[in-house]
Every structure is written in structure tokens, then in C-alpha cells.
Ligand binder design. Sequence first.
Ligand SMILES: Cc1cc2nc3c(=O)[nH]c(=O)nc-3n(C[C@H](O)[C@H](O)[C@H](O)COP(=O)(O)OP(=O)(O)OC[C@H]3O[C@@H](n4cnc5c(N)ncnc54)[C@H](O)[C@@H]3O)c2cc1C
Length: 491
Amino acid sequence: MKIDIIGAGFSSLVASCFLSKEGFDVHVHEKHDLPGGRARNFKDKGFTFDMGPSWYWMPELIEKIFSDLGERLEDHIDLVRLDPSYKVFWKDLSSTELPANLNELCKTFDGLEPGGGDKLLKFLKDAEIKYQIGIDNFLEKPGLKISELLDKTAFKNFFKLDIFKSVEKDVSNRFDSHKARSILRFPVLFLGEMPNRIPSLYTLMNYADLKLGTWYPKGGMFKLAEALMNIAQSNGAKFHFNVNAQKFNCSDGRINEIVFDKKTVKSDYVIAGADYNFVEQNLIPPEYRRYNTAYWDKRKMAPSSLIWFLGINKKLGGLQHHNLFFDEDLIEHGKQIYDNPSWPDNPLFYTCMTSKTEPRVAPDGCENLFLLMPLAVGIKDNEAIREKYLKTMLQRIEKHTGEEVKDHIIYKKSYCINDFKKDYNSFKGNAYGLANTLFQTANLKPKISSKLKNLTFCGQLTVPGPGVPPALISGKIAAKLTKEKLKTNVI
Ligand SMILES: Cc1cc2nc3c(=O)[nH]c(=O)nc-3n(C[C@H](O)[C@H](O)[C@H](O)COP(=O)(O)OP(=O)(O)OC[C@H]3O[C@@H](n4cnc5c(N)ncnc54)[C@H](O)[C@@H]3O)c2cc1C
């Protein structure tokens, strides 16, 4: 039985590992010349840059994927726990480093507000409950039937998840200071909505952040993609790069052939790991689409991003591996992402410099500086605007660290909305998929199954959602569903 997988992002890679392990004849077809999708990397002039994810969180979930595949993560990836986990820069020109050690972290919170450490412990205890329930009862559910939420244990635990309370309410009820609140709201930025519109269930991300820690796979996030491809290949999966899927030829409710730019292949079963909206609205003939354009237009997308990859010809002592510039107002920036889509007046931004942890990713004495500014999807994007915001971000870095940066740039390259569309067929140029709002959670996400009998979706626009661990898990769910369908001949 031949299974064709469209795309080689994290979700597709995991699906390819599980299905090749089951003995299926797996073929992965990827538009680019390397695996990883949004987690690709590139090397230029001695600098190595991860192009997308840089926060390695929830290490145990990633470890579990490897052990389910009969592999040991440590045989493939050298993980380092970062300490401090990250550094936050504030408007008053002060900064806070978040230590990896929990006792030290509590002392840091005590410095932010009276009793901050004790409040943090209590908050993390509640977040841990949500994390455990979410992981044990909901994370690997395919989201196809309401009965999945009603099984005895899941139902019993459902109400402990606080899905009708927002993250904002939870955090501001417990903490008084702007700085503590900002640190605890931050993980929500990954989820693509404002903290007042994200269910408090997602404070489980705070548990992942502050208790489970921030890690770095040596060689960068791309190493994880490479490791998964190696596992799939050792199980017999074949990878075809630089091929662009253009349509499915279908009849009698089945895909018969996939038409690529350079070839047409016959297929028994297809897993679509390219962006869901693109596959649905472009590859599938109209009569087999589950959703129409009005449905897609109503989806709340997570943000896009403006990214700058910079090579700096000196060491930057004032920055850590991960840095958050929270010296402007999150709510105001958020409004210009979600409510009134426009380039922000006073953006928050993030910087990552993996050369701080692993000097070999930059030439001797240099740094690889990655700047990321969250941005509304679908707005105008051109070089002049990108340059304008580069200038703003550099000025703020210089102001906060007291170090000259702009005159030390020896390499620069930008990436933004137009690139997300061109490279990944990304809907409206989104970076992080679909926002995790209440009405786009679990069974309310675009379905992993299709009207076509021999097609399953995976990836960050379906269950369980955006981010590296969820994307990996979506590949596992898709592989399981496919295997069950093939074993019971329901295709
Ligand atoms: C800038 C950025 C920063 C991020 N930071 C983090 C982070 O720090 N931590 C975290 O957990 N998550 C982060 N994320 C999110 C995370 O990277 C994604 O959720 C995850 O990688 C998505 O994987 P995927 O398999 O769903 O999709 P993708 O990685 O997009 O894979 C889809 C693949 O399909 C291919 N494709 C598309 N169309 C076709 C076609 N027609 N034919 C063939 N192939 C096709 C694409 O080239 C791509 O390789 C970040 C994302 C971005 C963009």
C-alpha cells in the first residue's frame, strides 16, 4: 500500500515515521530542498539560522514521540537546558532574567511584587493540573466526534480546565504588577490571540515555560527535523524534494493521482501536511471540499511575523539566547494584529541568538541575531516597511543594552508575509496557523478527516493546533487514523 505525504514539515515527518514503521510504502513530497517546513534552516557567510521555531518547550512530549517510535531522543539530539530561560526588557529600561531553577525564579517574582514567589507556585500548581489533564485526556484526540470529549475521564476532567475563563482574567486576578502579568501572559503570544480571548486552559503553557523549561537542541531546531527524516528513511520512507503538488485527480470519492509541477503519481492514500487551507481550496476538486471560502474567511488566524536574520561582527553581551522586548504595550500591539490589522505603531518584538549557547553557528567573534515582530496576517508587505521596522528594533536593542549594533551588521536578510505565502502556500501569510480561541479548539478545528475517503490532513491548522509539539502530535494522530482506516478497509 503506497502512502503519499504532501510536505515535509514536523507533522508530515512524524506521520512518515509512524507509517513507514508499520511497513507502508511511504513517499514524502516536499516543495523545498530540505525537510522541516517552517522549521527549515539556512546557512550563509558562515552564519546558521533556524528560519522559524526557536523555543523548544515540552521536552517530555517530544521525547514521547521518539519513544513511541522505538527510538531514544538522546541518540539523535543533544539538548541543553537554557539558564536563564530568557530575558525580558521593560519600558523603564530595566530587565528581568528568568532563571531555570524554580527557587531562584520565585525569588525573581518576589522582586516583582510582594509575595510574588508564593503566588507563582500556586499559579503553576493549577497550571500543572491543566497541563496533565490536557495532555492525558485531550491532546491526542482526533477531534472527530463529540463523544471523545464525553468519555468518562475526559468529561470528569473537562471542567477543571477553566475553558470559560480567560488567561487574562486568571493572571490579573492573581498578580498585581505589570511585570509579573506580562511574563505570565507571554506564552499566549504563541497561540495567536489576545490573553482575554484565550481560555485559561492554556496557562498550561506557563507550566511548560517556567517549570519544564526552555531547551535548545544543539545545531538548532532543524536538527529535530533532520532526526525525524533519518528515522523515516531508516524505516524505508522515500523523500522527494523540490516537487510542488498542484492538484488531486479524483473520482468516486477517492484521490487517484497527485499532479505535481514535474510529475504525476498514482496514489493509494494521501496525507496532506501542507497548509490545510491551501490543500482544501486548491488541490481538492470543489465537490469534495468540506469548507467554503466564507468558512475560511471567518477563521481567526494566528499572526504572521516580520523576521530579520542578522550577522553581527562582534559579541553582544547584553542579550541572552532568548530576549523579549516588552517595553511597549502588549494590548495596543495586539489590537493592531487582531482587531484593526495594520503595521503596529509601537511593536513588541523578540530576539534569539543561538550563538550565545553554541558559538559554531556564527563565525569566530560574531553573533547570529534573529529578530521577530508579530504582525497581522494579510497586510501590505514590502522591503521599505521591513527596513523601517528593522531600524526601530535596532534602536531599541541599542537603547536597552547600551551596545552599538547597527554599524556591526555584516549580513542581513528579511522574511515576512509575502515569503510565508510564496514558500508555504500559507493562508493570508500566517506564520503560526489558526488561533487557539475557544471556538477554534479541539473538535471545532478544521477536521483531520476529509470527504475524500483516502485523505487525512495533519499540521498546525488542524488538531491539536500550532507549535512544534502539537504539530508533531498531529502527525501521530493522522498516522493512527490512517492505519485504522487501512486496516478496516474503510477507504
Ligand atoms: C517564525 C516562526 C516561529 C515559530 N516559533 C515557534 C517556537 O518557538 N516554538 C514552537 O513550538 N513553535 C513555533 N512556531 C510554530 C511551528 O514552527 C509550527 O507550528 C510547525 O513547525 C508547523 O508544522 P507543520 O507540519 O504544520 O507545517 P509546516 O512546517 O509549514 O510544513 C508544511 C510543509 O508543506 C510544504 N508544502 C506546502 N505546499 C506544498 C506543495 N504544494 N507541495 C509540496 N509541499 C508543500 C511546505 O514547504 C512545508 O515544508 C513558529 C513558526 C514560525 C513560522
